[in-house]
Design a protein around this ligand. Structure first.
Ligand SMILES: Cc1ncc(COP(=O)(O)O)c(C=O)c1O
Length: 441
């Protein structure tokens, strides 16, 4: 057990940790195993957050941990810019072979998702000699200046953090539940080319194949193929940000595979390092090689322990059929949420792809008005019942499920039971408040 308990840690946190570093749960993580998190008081939680899809293989996966231990004894850091670690090269070769990008491909390793986004922008700008980048409404690309500027959600990511990076433009992302179609999105993109920035000034378009923070929005099947075809015609590189949707989460190693497109660049992070900070930009060699030596990289990018972990993660995903398991887990979750939807009018939409599943909470199905307070109450109830659970969405009204893909059937059922109980408790509390206010007290 930790020397400090939750209440003491909370006091110290308030005194010493910047407020902007928020956490969804009030407890403090001390240990973890498989699909279980243990807090500083020794309380156990089923983990339906996986560190926001970082621990897709579960906590403490023996093969990943063993790879980390082996590498710690061999080499912790030589500095990529000094003497590149052997495992850095090995991992890049593996990623180039696996990534659904036009071959020959090359890769760059960095520390975080946001850093991958920043580097992708640098690469396409250098390669094309053009300044503009287009992203989508409702997107999330990270918290650094460029990544934040590309992000399509103001609060809390952009609020009061301006001025934003220049030469960023945004188009609507298709969102079936809110009647935003592929045609409308692509028409708006064409209008952007006519009214805001000509295609020959656009260095790249960055898109999440499935939006993550935006609320697990799965685009219609024709969106990415039509977007890719349009960009090919205009000679504009397509960057697929798979930082949340990649690494088997959607039931394929790469989410774009579902849509049959080959982006020019693909970005990975989160589960890639098995819990250690690691991200990758993998792309068409011609683009990736544009910047001169020294123009990319950094002190820590491609740390050997993280690279060794990543090689193990990729091996386990393939060897243990983790993509197939993601599809099974997702089917169970979707069925369960659909059953809840039949009973509860506040569940406007149940959606997902593979094990990237969610339900959108609304005040009523005809208005589709977001119900963020209800979603917050569901999370509070879930945390109190021992389930780590997250929400998402432009209006924070989407309950998203991100359990480890290695979760056992019993744990999956137990977690979904808690989701349902939490929803019912939140609805009951909401109705009690409504009844009290109707009676004027
Ligand atoms: C799609 C996407 N892009 C980029 C990021 C930023 O990654 P990081 O938090 O590692 O900087 C995230 C993080 O959630 C993400 O979901």
């Amino acid at each position: 057990m930790c020397a400090l308990r939750n209440t003491e840690l909370q006091q110290q946190r308030e005194a010493s940790v910047a407020r902007g570093m928020g956490s969804v749960m009030a407890a403090f993580a001390h240990a973890a195993d498989g699909a279980t998190l243990v807090d500083a008081d020794g309380r156990r939680y089923l983990d339906f957050a996986s560190g926001i899809s970082v621990m897709n293989l579960g906590h403490g996966h023996p093969d990943v941990v063993a790879a980390m231990h082996r590498q710690v004894d061999l080499l912790i850091n030589s500095g990529g810019p000094v003497m590149m670690p052997d495992v850095y090269v090995e991992l890049c070769s593996r990623l180039c072979a696996l990534a659904p990008v036009p071959k020959p491909a090359k890769a760059l390793l960095v520390n975080s998702g946001a850093e991958a986004v920043e580097n992708a922008v640098k690469i396409v700008r250098h390669a094309t000699g053009r300044p503009a980048i287009i992203s989508f409404h409702n997107s999330f690309h990270g918290r650094t200046l460029m990544a934040m500027s590309l992000t399509g959600k103001v609060h809390p990511y952009k609020q009061n953090f301006g001025p934003y990076a220049t030469e960023v433009y945004q188009a609507p992302y298709p969102y079936a539940y809110h009647d935003q179609t592929t045609d409308e999105s692509l028409d708006a993109l064409q209008a952007l080319f006519a009214s805001q920035v000509p295609p020959d000034r656009v260095a790249g378009v960055i898109v999440e194949p499935v939006q993550g923070e935006g609320g697990f929005v799965v685009p219609p099947p024709d969106f990415l193929p039509r977007l890719a075809a349009l960009l090919r015609e205009l000679d504009i590189p397509l960057i697929a940000d798979e930082i949340q949707s990649g690494m088997a989460r959607t039931g394929e190693l790469f989410a774009v595979t579902h849509f049959g497109v080959e982006p020019d660049l693909v970005l990975l992070a989160k589960t890639l390092g098995g819990g250690l900070p690691l991200a990758a930009v993998v792309g068409r060699a011609e683009l990736m090689d544009a910047p001169a030596p020294g123009g990319l990289g950094g002190t820590f990018g491609g740390n050997p322990v993280a690279c060794a972990a990543a090689l193990a993660v990729l091996e386990v995903i393939e060897r243990d059929g983790i993509c197939a398991r993601a599809r099974q887990v997702g089917e169970v979750a979707i069925r369960r949420m659909q059953a809840m939807q039949e009973r509860h009018a506040c569940i406007g939409d149940v959606r997902g792809i593979g094990a990237m599943t969610a339900m959108e909470l609304v005040h009523n199905r005809s208005s589709r008005e977001p119900a963020p307070a209800l979603a917050a109450a569901v999370l509070r109830e879930a945390h109190a019942r021992g389930l780590a659970l997250l929400r998402a969405g432009l209006y924070d009204n989407v309950i998203r499920l991100l359990m480890p893909l290695t979760i056992g059937d019993d744990e999956l059922t137990a977690g979904l039971d808690i989701v349902e109980q939490s929803l019912e408790a939140a609805i009951a509390a909401d109705q009690a408040v409504a009844a009290r206010s109707a009676h004027g007290n």
